[in-house]
Design a binder for this molecule. Structure first.
Ligand code: CAA
Length: 283
């Protein structure tokens, strides 16, 4: 089956980015969100992103128009019946994801593939609520999606070789570099990245250094494009906490214990850039 129509579910930062790169690759995209305001915001975010590429001379105005014409905002989930592939990019909640995958299993054509952009939840467990576990797979994009070349492709226990091959080829068609990973908590990206961010938060918590100093050390000393605390604010401190909890719970090892300062910030609503305040303050 050639993948031609993709439904992206969740029009947040990740979902709108995925819709943008899929449409830029020539795919027909149905962008769904259950909140109308988020759907509008997602379309406006990706329109702005394409507009910036036009301003920089990286994209012609006509290309922008044709990319946008390939993205159809959908208020109704049952339009998933038209899709060859669904990429879910909703909140990181097992309950929300399994409820959605059960509905998608009923709505989608039998041959359709169901992918999740989860950053750390088990693919095998999500697949198990459907009647098609061999057609369920993890497709983990990085933020900002239009810029970052990686897609981690995670095989669930039952994912077929055929489905894996189709998704790997599709990621390449979308201009990304796929890397195959097995289904364990945090996969590779967040198993390595999040403990580093958590440790950076511990250095602030224990008074080793101020956030600016920690970030400067990592940027100037290790050539990281963003310091770990700046990156945590960019990802969202609530997302960082939820990934650390998944690692802690999944491995049962204290080395993954979330820093109390991270918990405190999340409880206070200091979630990073999206709320205007995290380790830093934003306008
Ligand atoms: N959307 C689209 N394009 C964006 C963008 C966005 N949100 N942010 C930056 N860009 C583009 C810019 O337009 C610019 O494009 P050109 O080269 O065409 O001019 C390019 O990216 C570089 O941007 P800037 O010059 O403004 O700034 P920069 O050089 O500091 O790069 C960055 C910005 C790419 C975000 C860089 O700081 C970076 O790589 N940071 C680390 C990002 C990272 O680690 N992401 C992974 C997070 S973890 C994750 O996503 C997984 C998870 O599960 C939590």
């Amino acid at each position: 089956m050639a993948i031609q129509t993709v439904m992206v579910i969740g029009a947040g930062q990740m979902g709108s980015g995925i819709a943008q790169v899929a449409a830029a690759a020539g795919l027909n995209v149905l962008l769904h969100d259950n909140a109308e305001a988020s759907l509008h915001q997602g379309i406006s975010r990706l329109t702005k992103s394409l507009g910036r590429s036009v301003e920089k001379g990286k994209l012609a105005e006509e290309q922008k128009t044709s990319i946008l014409a390939r993205i159809v905002p959908c208020a109704r989930l049952d339009q998933a019946a038209q899709a060859d592939l669904v990429i879910e990019a909703i909140i990181e909640s097992m309950e929300h994801k399994t409820t959605l995958f059960k509905r998608l299993d009923d709505l989608c054509r039998p041959q359709a593939i169901l992918a999740t952009n989860t950053s750390s939840l088990p693919i095998t467990e999500i697949a198990a609520v459907t009647g098609r576990p061999s057609q369920v797979i993890g497709m983990h994009f990085m933020n900002p999606v239009p810029v970052m070349p990686l897609v981690e492709i995670i095989r669930g226990l039952e994912t077929s070789d055929e489905v894996f091959g189709q998704i790997r080829d599709l990621a390449e068609r979308m201009g990304k570099t796929p890397v195959e990973v097995n289904d364990f908590p945090g996969f590779v990206s967040n198993r390595v990245l999040m403990p580093m961010i958590n440790e950076a938060i511990y250095t602030v918590y224990e008074g080793v250094a101020a956030p600016e100093a920690v970030d400067k050390v990592m940027k100037l000393g290790m050539n990281h494009p963003m310091g770990p605390l700046e990156l945590a604010d960019f990802i969202g401190l609530d997302t960082c906490l939820s990934i650390m909890e998944i690692l802690h719970h999944g491995f049962g090892d204290n080395k993954y214990r979330p820093c109390p300062l991270l918990r405190k910030y999340v409880k206070a609503g200091r979630l990073g850039r999206k709320t205007g305040r995290g380790f830093y303050t934003y306008d």
